[in-house]
Design a protein. Structure first.
Length: 310
């Protein structure tokens, strides 16, 4: 990171969180609940607020934007799918599979970002929705920003050519592969099966098809990453859906849900904690109903601060 770079996490506080019928077809992590919509919404907000409070208590800069009730966006709590922010001042907008998720691209959110950060250019891939082509941000792919590598598993939500176009425009090298869950179903988002940190990677190697396994592991090893392998059961507990963040004092934390933390074996936990402290927070309702976890809730803002360019 550069001297003046800030590490900010954008999070969207939900207004009408709930089970999204439009995403359920290819998100195997979603589960219905017999609880009322009001109960689900209340618990999701409770989990969100407690998560934000824990991050802030550890010196992590969290920018919270309150979602609006209308238009109804049940998955707005997962902003990393529709937008990403980059060190060169780029903001990238992405084409979303579900029609109601396209409504998450609210100008109010971008206005808050632009009031604090320098935006030099916007790259908008969302026009490809009209042709049924999708690329759902840092859900569809996982970035190794320091080594300029981008990893993506093919799925109905990750168009290979759009992914390669993204890599060309943002100067990444694309590593694309096939990965499936224990039932042989394509994993819908790469960030539920792998997390890339500064010195290590948490990844479900069981999920990667044999034809692609060597190329993925060799790329990770060449970039100097120590591989911390998880299995299908741990992936189902969102142990792949983690994010390493740096607080205001330069301390790295590995952030995950309490369910993910509880799925780790002692040797895995010890290894991860040898790199950095772990922060975890209960996200059960969000995980069950939304089919996403801690990483999905955090969109990293790597844009330059406006104050540094006044």
């Amino acid at each position: 990171m550069t001297k003046n770079e800030t590490t900010t996490i954008l999070m969207i506080r939900p207004a009408r969180f709930g089970y999204n019928e439009q995403t359920a077809d290819n998100n195997a992590f979603q589960r219905r609940s017999v609880e009322s919509n009001d109960t689900i919404r209340f618990r999701a907000v409770q989990e969100f607020d407690a998560f934000v409070e824990k991050l802030r208590r550890h010196g992590i800069d969290v920018l919270v934007v309150q979602d609006s009730p209308e238009p109804h966006t049940p998955d707005s709590i997962f902003p990393n799918n529709w937008v990403s922010f980059h060190r060169d001042g780029s903001v990238v907008l992405y084409p979303m599979f579900a029609e109601n998720r396209r409504l998450e691209r609210k100008q109010e959110v971008l206005a808050v970002i632009k009031s604090r950060f320098l935006v030099r250019r916007e790259i908008d891939f969302s026009v490809h929705e009209a042709n049924g082509r999708f690329l759902e941000g840092t859900g569809s792919f996982v970035l190794d920003r320091e080594n300029r590598l981008a990893y993506a598993c093919r799925s109905p939500r990750t168009d290979e050519q759009l992914f390669r176009d993204f890599c060309e425009q943002l100067d990444y090298r694309a590593i694309i592969f096939d990965a499936v869950d224990r039932n042989g179903i394509a994993i819908y988002h790469t960030n539920v099966m792998m997390c890339i940190a500064d010195r290590y990677v948490v990844i479900n190697l069981e999920a990667i098809v044999s034809a692609d396994l060597i190329s993925v592991t060799e790329s990770l090893q060449r970039s100097g990453k120590i591989i911390v392998s998880i299995n299908h059961e741990q992936m189902a507990a969102f142990a792949g859906n983690m994010l390493q963040v740096k607080n205001k004092h330069g301390v790295h934390y590995l952030v995950m849900s309490s369910q993910a933390f509880g799925s780790l074996q002692p040797q895995q936990m010890n290894l991860l904690e040898s790199f950095n402290p772990i922060l975890h927070s209960p996200l059960h309702t969000i995980e069950q109903i939304g089919g996403g976890s801690a990483r999905c809730m955090m969109a990293e803002v790597y844009l330059p601060l406006l104050a540094d360019h006044c």
